[in-house]
Design a protein around this ligand. Sequence first.
Ligand SMILES: NC(=O)C1=CN([C@@H]2O[C@H](COP(=O)(O)OP(=O)(O)OC[C@H]3O[C@@H](n4cnc5c(N)ncnc54)[C@H](O)[C@@H]3O)[C@@H](O)[C@H]2O)C=CC1
Ligand SMILES: O=C(O)C(=O)COP(=O)(O)O
Length: 530
Amino acid sequence: MAKVLISDALSEAAVQIFRDNGVEVDFQPKLGKDPAKLAEIIGDYDGLAIRSATKATADLIAKATNLKAIGRAGIGVDNVDIAAASAKGIVVMNTPFGNSITTAEHAIAMMFAVARQIPEADASTRAGKWEKSRFMGTEITRKTLGLIGCGNIGSIVADRALGLRMKVVAFDPFLSTTRAEKLGVTKVETIEELLPLADFVTLHLPKTEKTAGLLNEDRIRLMKKGAYLINCARGGLVDEAAVAQALHDGHLAGAAFDVFAEEPATDNPLFTAPNVVCTPHLGAATSEAQENVALQVAEQMSDYLMKGAISNAINAPSVTAEEAPILKPWIDLAEILGGFAGQVTESPIKEIEIEFVGKVGELNLKPLTSALTAALMKPLVGEGGVNMVSAPIVARERGVKIAETRKDEQGAYGSYMRLIVTTEKQTRSVAGTVFSDGKPRFIQIKGIGLEAEPLDFMLYTTNADTPGYIGALGTKLGDLGVNIATFALGRSVKDGEAIALVGVDQELSEATLTEIRALPQVKQAKALKF
Ligand SMILES: NC(=O)C1=CN([C@@H]2O[C@H](COP(=O)(O)OP(=O)(O)OC[C@H]3O[C@@H](n4cnc5c(N)ncnc54)[C@H](O)[C@@H]3O)[C@@H](O)[C@H]2O)C=CC1
Ligand SMILES: O=C(O)C(=O)COP(=O)(O)O
């Protein structure tokens, strides 16, 4: 039974969803704050469900010997070491929309709070001061809001701001002109262009290696004098000390921060700067949003652990629950074809092409390509070094080009997959199909037709097409105490070359291979494992 650990304060609604889906679940919402204890027990779990308190570091992932999925009940995954998770084949999924309205509302609330100094005015009023003239605010209507990042949350903020009669300007390298027009925002091409235009600047972009420190001191100084800065995206996007300085010297009129470079934030330069509103990472903290993200992450993780369906994964292609069982036998075949090519290929691979012929071409090809690439790279990279999640990255790092082509149904098998591998020395191909029993079969190697069911241990030979070979090979294997399970042959009349794919009951030793290679007909012999 799959077992999931919830190590952050997710809505308890998630617990019931896991149980309803047949997943065992441990609800330990404070564990994320105790990394040592988490590391001690993580090895027991197939899934880890988190918010932002748990840090899924490379160290934790190294100890997560059974982990298959990390589910982030929320959006930002900067607390997960994606590279380490991918290298271990752990699918990392988030819930990209569940808390976006709530977070956008928080940004708007923060804008009002800082424009009218509401928290300070509240404290002063409660202290019995009635400082009516101290709290002179700024009207929002007709002011310019500058959005840095105009994805899901930024777009909602834009919509609400337009409703408040603000003018909205956005900088987002991936915002198309059509989308900007549809949203009613003015798109600018650089952050430097945006900053001097805006009365309020608000951030809605992820923290990545590229965006960390984006709003540095120079850029803060490019903001309009008297402008306000709102950060409900991520700490670390902004130089907090430089913002504090700009507030102290009056360059900025106010700042509202929900997120901090170091969290929990207990000591921060912004805390002592004038007109600052701070909240403790509350962007997603409404009952509606928490219910949404908890239910969604529990459904997604259960679907993956129980049915192999993948949705909203950061590091793997999507597979729906309906697709998963249909894809399964073709994924098995992809692994066989990739595994075969990986074991027989000796020189560095330059390119692979995968032909999807007939009906298989109508399936979701990404998982098939990933499974095939992983199996192909495995013998070359070493055990445990590559998997379906990391395969596309490993291939890219090694300069292996991957091409997919779809072809109409053809030949006796109708629908099949063919892998063509181009190395520095040669081009070779292997093809296979799935029979009606749901099992994979080899149907062609190097363009030579043959039909063979893949078995755990196999012998593959290329040999001269001369009489007596089957007998000689059979006798030799018998003499060496190797039992033959299946025997498939094929030949190219044109080239006089023949191949044999022999299923055997045991792993073939190097000594056995040496004897087989000594047979006069044998040109090459390889032991294969599937
Ligand atoms: N305070 C909180 O509790 C919450 C914070 N967040 C944060 O908000 C961020 C944004 O969330 P979504 O809008 O849902 O993400 P999203 O992925 O829909 O949008 C992010 C946008 O940022 C843009 N972007 C990337 N690099 C950029 C750059 N250098 N300059 C400008 N734009 C850039 C992307 O093109 C994308 O359109 C999340 O990554 C998360 O860190 C999300 C939810 C709650
Ligand atoms: O969804 C996000 O990216 C958030 O930042 C929300 O964080 P939280 O789940 O409230 O710790």
